[in-house]
Design a protein around this ligand. Sequence first.
Ligand SMILES: NC(=O)c1ccc[n+]([C@@H]2O[C@H](COP(=O)([O-])OP(=O)(O)OC[C@H]3O[C@@H](n4cnc5c(N)ncnc54)[C@H](O)[C@@H]3O)[C@@H](O)[C@H]2O)c1
Length: 671
Amino acid sequence: MISLEKFKELVLEGIPTEIPAKKAYDKNINHAPIRKDILTKEEKQLAIKNALRYFPKHQHAELAKDFADELKTYGRIYMYRYRPDYEIKARNINEFPHQSKQAAAIMLMIFNNLDNAVAQHPHELITYGGNGAVFQNWAQFRLTLKYLAEMTDEQTLVMYSGHPMGLYPSHKDAPRVVVTNGMVIPNYSKPDDWERFNALGVSQYGQMTAGSYMYIGPQGIVHGTTITVLNACRKIAKNANEGTEGKLFVTSGLGGMSGAQPKAGNIAGVVSITAEINPKAAYKRHEQGWVDEVIEDTDKAIDTALEWKAKKQPHSIAYLGNIVDLWERMVERDIKVDIGSDQTSLHNPWAGGYYPVGLSYEEANEMMAEKPELFKEKVHQSLVRQIAAINKLSDNGMYFFDYGNAFLLESSRAGADVMKADGLTFKYPSYVQDIMGPMCFDYGFGPFRWVCTSNKPEDLDKTDKIAEKVLLKLAEEAPEEITQQMKDNIRWIQQAKENKLVVGSQARILYADALGRIKIAEAFNEAIKSGEITAPVVLGRDHHDVSGTDSPFRETSNIYDGSQFTADMAIHNVIGDSFRGATWVSIHNGGGVGWGEVINGGFGMLLDGSDDADRRLKMMLHWDVNNGISRRSWARNEGAIFAIKRAMEENPNLKVTLPELVDDNIVKGLF
Ligand SMILES: NC(=O)c1ccc[n+]([C@@H]2O[C@H](COP(=O)([O-])OP(=O)(O)OC[C@H]3O[C@@H](n4cnc5c(N)ncnc54)[C@H](O)[C@@H]3O)[C@@H](O)[C@H]2O)c1
């Protein structure tokens, strides 16, 4: 155990003056797949030169060899030997050396993103989604921490895809950190461009909350998934009284986000089978209590699910195998599945996000690095088979939806039978088109979250109670249109503690609209001021929200005025948040559905009980939600028109351009 004083000293040291000893490759840790060998000889030399920029000249010869070995072995230069010796995890904010409380809060959030218990591939600095990076290498980690520890509230740290460009003079209301991840010239945004730029050490895939330091473990996603499964059940219910009991939900993935599915299924009250090919991922979720049992035999998994379905009791099964084998067996046995989805990482199909049927986990890992073209073929064949099985089960009454993982997109690219007769639209909706968009985002409801920087569970309990009280009061006067959302979230916060959702930092999530977010934040700030909550609270959200993300196949898939391929909303969001008081902001290319497919942004805001924090939260949270509602309203989304009119009534300074609705008969026959 390293003492607190020593820990602070090591953080402040930054990149050590002496080259640290090499570290053994820890086989007990889940490691990122080996990335494909994409650079030319000259580019490899450039990658080494790029990496050596962090170190003094006299160390270059020794480090160059080491980094070249890493590049040859892993396809990337992680600088493993620079991984610190202290434990990386969320601590009390005061334990981080700092001049600025805001900067210390950001350190806490970075540490949480790289905690071994939280991160998917912690030694490769990947938080989730297979390639969602916080930094590209350990030198960047060390240097960033040093900057954060030394900076004041009159400076802003600028981050280029994990690289700390430096500290720049600013002012106390400016963000302490501005992050960009994977921002490239649009024509250079193909998956192989990411492989190349990342291998060169000049860009990274930040996913959403990985590269923006806002990941809170699988809890965030448990909540979103619970809401999705509940509302999916409502969609297929024959009447308003039909509940979720006895419904069978079949899906795949027990990774970073997908690992939330069985737990969410249990909370929603359904029976679920989640296929997972990687034993480490499946057993990790089982040990954490996120899935009830792991079954390796396909028929046994199905039979067990049917038993629980008959009992009408919630139960979750991890099927250790390939999802395609499970679907195909279900077709053979003519199983009635109620709800189906998929959460393999198809935003990253060629580098470990999707494991094709017919290959073992190890065989697939080998093939993707050594025979990438053959691997691509196998993925395509597998997706064709997967869709064929899903089509049959859907003909038999299954409600299937895309889970925002580019499953339908990649299946269509693979030539699977997934398009409607018009050849333009998919046979199945995305969960945003059918559920999240019209039921949540259009009304401003999205994944608001907070982290108690005391790192004390008691503080989290207090925030739960405060949030519940605020929501109960708001629900008394809420219009009918948002009552269901309010009720779902009140129930969620009431049960959150007993559902034991915390992994890593003391964090909580719920869905709230602009008013809900502002009122909860105000109440937290008051409670910090009065000492009821013992330390500052970080506010934030997933990028997967009302305003933060332009993503035509996910967050903005329920935008039908043709603007779903524009990215003005996300850019405006991050700019608007930054001058309204966010503590840090970030804008990324490629979270969730893939590099080049989405622009998304987020923020973090520290509430410290001050009047400044009160002023900032009101301004920033108002914009952070109403920006997206305005755009959704302009796209003629009914719920959003309702919500923005309501927001304008509440604040006369808000004046939003509203759409005039056009009668279809006016345009019919014009061309
Ligand atoms: N949960 C959500 O609300 C949500 C929302 C939007 C998008 N997503 C998307 O879902 C995907 C999954 O996210 P993640 O963080 O869990 O990624 P992840 O890479 O951590 O997990 C995916 C898991 O799928 C497994 N897998 C891959 N192919 C398989 C196969 N053929 N059969 C069985 N298992 C297989 C992998 O072993 C891995 O454990 C991502 O594309 C993400 O963007 C999730």
